[in-house]
Design a binder for this molecule. Structure first.
Ligand code: CA
Ligand code: CA
Length: 232
């Protein structure tokens, strides 16, 4: 029974989102180094000079990713996404936050091991306790729920969410060491970035979610994922 539930969860989580498109998907995305450490507060201010990823338009009208950017320095990989979303809906907890509004970043530094080597970071603007939530899972280890966001828990991940009523923004700093990434120019990082949007509780959204499936590339095995390359 437990196995079946796990399988179902994965199947549902695979059914929506947006991901890399066009040039970024074909040639890889170039990640610029931060010269000054960004403040992890959900504010885009210090990201202005960084290029946004070209994100595929989802085949639904109500999902728009305004910005999706990465940066790095000696210690961290940084990510920020800004999502236009008038209805914040997520009643999940733990890895269950993947079932509604959230950002899901997957990184796999050992693609030959396939999905077992995926590291997953989930951040949602709201969750079962009405607060923003963050969960990290290393490979197929037990997921770690990261409550404080200040980088003081065992993962040392820093994260923050800011909501405005029309947008939500998630910003995070993930220790390179946690991801097994060497912090030097030229390092290539296979990844997928998917934004989930759910707006209604009163209908079974399965059919719509299934429709959204086509716009995500995370179903591909990690050795076919897009890559980002650390640059100066
Ligand atoms: Ca910031
Ligand atoms: Ca939503």
């Amino acid at each position: 029974m437990k196995k079946l539930l796990a399988t179902l969860t994965i199947a549902l989580a695979l059914t929506t989102g947006v991901s890399l498109a066009g040039e970024d998907a074909a040639e890889g995305y170039k990640v610029k180094r931060f010269k000054t450490t960004p403040r992890i507060d959900g504010d885009l201010k210090e990201w202005s000079k960084k290029d946004s990823l070209e994100i595929k338009k989802a085949n639904v009208d109500d999902l728009e990713v305004k910005e999706a950017k990465f940066g790095w320095d000696k210690r961290y990989l940084y990510v920020i996404v800004q999502v236009k979303d008038h209805t914040l809906l997520n009643e999940g907890s733990g890895m269950g936050i993947a079932m509604a509004d959230c950002m899901e970043l997957r990184i796999c530094m050992d693609p030959k091991k396939g999905n077992k080597a995926n590291d997953t970071l989930l951040i949602s603007p709201t969750s079962s306790n009405s607060k923003a939530a963050c969960v990290f899972r290393k490979g197929d280890d037990d997921p770690k729920v990261i409550t404080s966001g200040s980088g003081k828990d065992e993962t040392k991940i820093k994260w923050a969410v800011k909501t405005t009523g029309t947008d939500w923004t998630a910003e995070a700093a993930i220790p390179l060491e946690l991801l097994g990434i060497e912090g030097k120019e030229g390092t290539k990082i296979p990844f997928t970035l998917v934004i989930f949007d759910r707006d209604r509780k009163d209908v079974d959204e399965w059919a719509v979610w299934h429709k959204r499936n086509e716009s995500s590339n995370k179903k591909a095995p990690p050795d076919e994922w897009p890559t980002m390359t650390l640059e100066k």
